[in-house]
Write a protein that binds this ligand. Structure first.
Ligand code: RIB
Length: 294
């Protein structure tokens, strides 16, 4: 039997504190909201869950705190069949949390990294064997940037392709961008990062545009894959679902335009349910959705 490619996510794990409200208060104002929920999140964890639900063979390198959130979130990943042997608790440290306001089909997020700050290059080096067993590595920017750079260096040396999701947008030393196979900002992040626009960089960029789909360049030509039209309930984690799905598609060697369509479809399904991980589809749901939408 053909071996399923291994996807390793080196990334953040957060507990999301989500408040749903019709309007967002202005400075100094108090309002009554609609609902509050505590649910699993973190860009790294979300992307790992998205990939695992779509049949990816996923392993995670990350940190949680030595509090109840930490163990709860480890168990969530485990239940999704993600390997968490290298998700170790940091003593006397709290798990990462995100305060999320969901309003008018959009969200505002503040992340307190907590234990995610302890995902250092040294920690990854100690768990290097798992990283080196990967067929593809998925990175985001909610962990120390030195760690992102360390992983990019190591993966380049070992010829392991990396998908780099630069979210939230932070600047990297220029040379590192070119160590990723694909860089996947949304439009806001793309503007903020002001990446070089030479031919070589253009072929690495896949820009997500929410309800407008995603754009990239292939063989020198610009390409646009439209999104699937749906009624959104909660867009939190849509970008993460896109990245997790893209990782599965690329690891299975789908042609790029098919891979982006696959990732767009996963993101469209994810926004129809509440919570970052709540609406992430299984492979079967996704394939049926693509066929029905044709
Ligand atoms: O991308 C959505 C995620 O960003 C949330 O789950 C939150 O934890 C923040 O990391």
């Amino acid at each position: 039997m053909k071996r399923q490619p291994i996807i390793t996510v080196v990334g953040s794990i957060n507990m999301d504190m989500v408040t749903l409200t019709k309007k967002v208060p202005v400075q100094g104002e108090t309002i009554i909201g609609d609902r509050f929920e505590t649910i699993p999140g973190g860009k790294g964890a979300n992307q790992a869950v998205a990939a695992a639900r779509l049949g990816g063979n996923v392993q995670f390198i990350g940190r949680v705190g030595d509090d109840s959130f930490g163990e709860q979130l480890r168990q969530v990943l485990k239940k999704e069949a993600i390997s968490v042997t290298n998700v170790e608790p940091v003593t006397h440290c709290s798990t990462g949390v995100a305060t999320i306001l969901v309003s008018e089909n959009d969200n505002r997020i503040i992340v307190i990294p907590g234990a995610n700050e302890h995902l250092t290059p040294k920690y990854v080096e100690e768990h290097k064997e798992q990283l080196l067993s990967s067929d593809l590595v998925l990175l985001q920017f909610e962990i120390p940037l030195e760690t992102v750079c360390y992983c990019l260096d190591l993966c380049e040396q070992e010829g392991i392709p990396v998908i780099l999701n630069p979210a939230p947008a932070r600047q990297l030393d220029k040379k590192y961008w070119r160590k990723a196979l694909y860089i996947t900002p949304n439009e806001t992040e793309e503007k903020e990062l002001r990446l070089d626009k030479d031919e070589e960089m253009a072929e690495r960029l896949i820009v997500t545009m929410g309800e407008n789909g995603a754009k990239f360049t292939e063989n020198g030509g610009p390409q646009m894959i439209p999104s699937f039209k749906v009624e959104p309930t909660d867009t939190t984690g849509a970008g993460d679902t896109f990245n997790g799905a893209l990782a599965v598609a690329i690891s299975e060697k789908m042609p790029l335009s098919k891979a982006v369509e696959f990732a767009n479809a996963a993101a469209a399904l994810s926004v129809q349910r509440f919570g970052a991980q709540g609406g992430m589809p299984t492979r079967e749901e996704l394939e049926q959705f693509i066929v029905k939408s044709r």
